[in-house]
Design a protein around this ligand. Structure first.
Ligand code: NAI
Ligand SMILES: N[C@@H](CC=O)C(=O)O
Ligand code: NA
Length: 438
């Protein structure tokens, strides 16, 4: 058997994920060499601070602050710094110096993915990123390889662990959003600045990556519709549960036909009600899951740890082994495919069901007035539930109406809600939530 020379692996960043990748590469060195058919030499770890405390021990002699020199001459470069720069420049330098690149950086891929794939394609380098969506869960490779012969219709994903953890605590422990966020921070799930998590930016980046792969199209981050969970109240969570639903922050990617009959896709991130019997309703804590509907395969679900240093390191190492095997065995590798180039249609073109909760005056004719507002805007009501009138001394009595709709477009629903807000019989529109997974 021809012995292949050892491969030089450079690691950029030794934080939560990077330090675990270094540790596993060193600890499982012999086993990985057997799987690859060549040794994997960790030749250096680029860090910002040589003396920082780390989650896993890395021999001091491997640490360097000179990322540029480390990249040159490496066969595989693993970028785990995060953020846009200098990560982007390091990756481009690595590709142009002939290395394959592994990254977990969803922010960078969602923003500069086409530039990086183009650069890799030009020199025949590989860019792997299994850890960028769903942490440890295999989802990139299944979309790129296993489902390459099928036609993905729709993806419903819980792709942000922090927000799932928060909504789950609000549901199961009765905590307010603020309390639950504090708990998530104390347990190390949320960032010190959790804006990217709670406002849905992190999930939007992952949605753009998933949709690009699933629909063989370029999906710019700016085209992803995004709402976070900061408007979700404990009361909404309790009412949802009573009505047989749970609230989840979902990333939804689906094929759509636009208003002029054109083929397109919709990519959106927002909180939504899902029935408590849906498999995604059973995804608790900081776990992630991707529920996927494909034309031939039917429904598939991918579930597991969406975050965490060592869990995410598993996905990174899988990519390192794939890249290393290609070095040993040769072959062209896998190219990104954007041949379908389906346009991302605006949120107005999306059709879904809604649940609207209204505080209304409790007097004759109110229900008929409200029903008229829905029908005048082309929104069909599926169910109406009225809750006991609230009697306050000296004030007109009010009742709570929970109205479920059939499928309606976002634009017709928005027009209905505006009319309800302006109506004399509506005291307030308490909540408007989309319903998915029915
Ligand atoms: N932590 C997690 O659960 C997951 C993280 N990811 C992604 O993995 C990547 C790494 O994330 P974490 O390890 O959590 O972040 P982290 O913040 O713990 O680690 C990043 C490390 O890079 C270092 N660094 C920053 N600039 C540098 C530079 N110019 N040169 C060398 N080192 C530099 C920082 O000092 C820090 O130690 C990010 O892209 C993140 O989005 C993806 C999935 C899950
Ligand atoms: N902050 C992210 C970490 C993984 O990508 C999350 O909460 O899911
Ligand atoms: Na993954």
């Amino acid at each position: 058997m021809i012995e292949y020379r050892n491969l030089r692996v450079a690691l950029l960043g030794a934080g939560s994920v990077g330090s675990q990748v270094a540790s596993l590469l060193l600890e499982h060195r012999d086993e990985l060499a057997n799987r690859v058919g060549a040794g994997l030499d960790l030749v250096g770890v680029a860090v910002r601070d040589m003396d920082a405390a780390r989650d896993a021990d890395i021999p001091k002699e491997l640490l360097t602050t000179d990322a540029e020199s480390l990249i040159l001459g490496s066969d595989i470069v693993v970028e785990l710094i995060g953020g846009l720069e200098p990560a982007r420049t390091h990756i481009l330098n690595a590709i142009n110096s002939g290395a394959d690149v592994i990254t977990a950086n969803k922010a960078l891929l969602a923003t500069h993915g086409p530039e990086l794939f183009e650069a890799a394609g030009q020199v025949g380098a590989q860019l792997y990123y299994e850890a960028a969506v769903g942490g440890a869960i295999p989802i990139i490779r299944p979309l790129r390889d296993s489902l390459a012969g099928d036609r993905v219709q729709r993806i419903l994903g819980i792709v942000n662990g922090t927000t799932n953890f928060i909504l789950d605590l609000m549901d199961r422990e009765g905590e307010s959003l603020e309390q639950a966020l504090k708990t998530a921070q104390d347990l190390g799930y949320a960032e010190a600045d959790p804006t990217a998590d709670v406002e849905g930016y992190d999930a939007a980046q992952k949605a753009a990556i998933l949709a690009s792969l699933a629909f063989h199209s370029t999906v710019p981050l700016e085209s992803v519709y995004r709402e976070g969970i900061t408007g979700i109240t404990h009361e909404q969570v309790v009412k949802a549960r009573r009505a047989g639903f749970v609230i989840k922050l979902l990333a939804i990617c689906e094929r759509l036909t636009g208003p002029e009959g054109q083929d397109g896709v919709s990519v959106r991130v927002h909180p939504a009600l899902i029935p408590d019997a849906h498999p995604l309703a059973a995804v608790h804590g900081a776990n992630n899951a991707v529920f996927l509907e494909a034309e031939a395969a039917g429904n598939l679900m991918f579930y597991g740890a969406g975050a965490g240093g060592i869990e995410t390191a598993s996905a990174v190492l899988g990519d390192v082994v794939s890249a290393a095997r290609r070095h040993v065995a040769g072959g062209p590798g896998v190219a990104e495919s954007a041949h379908a180039n389906l346009p991302v249609l605006p949120i107005d073109a999306v059709t879904t069901r809604y649940q609207i909760t209204l505080a209304v005056l409790d007097r004759p004719g109110v229900l008929a007035t409200i029903a008229t507002e829905f029908s005048e805007h082309g929104v069909s009501v599926e169910a109406v539930e009225q809750h006991a009138a609230e009697v306050r001394p000296g004030a007109a009595s009010t009742a709570t109406l929970v109205i479920g709709t059939h499928e309606a477009t976002e634009s017709s629903l928005a027009a209905t809600v505006a009319a309800l807000k302006a109506s004399d019989v509506v005291s307030s529109v308490e909540s408007v939530l989309r319903v998915e997974g029915l």
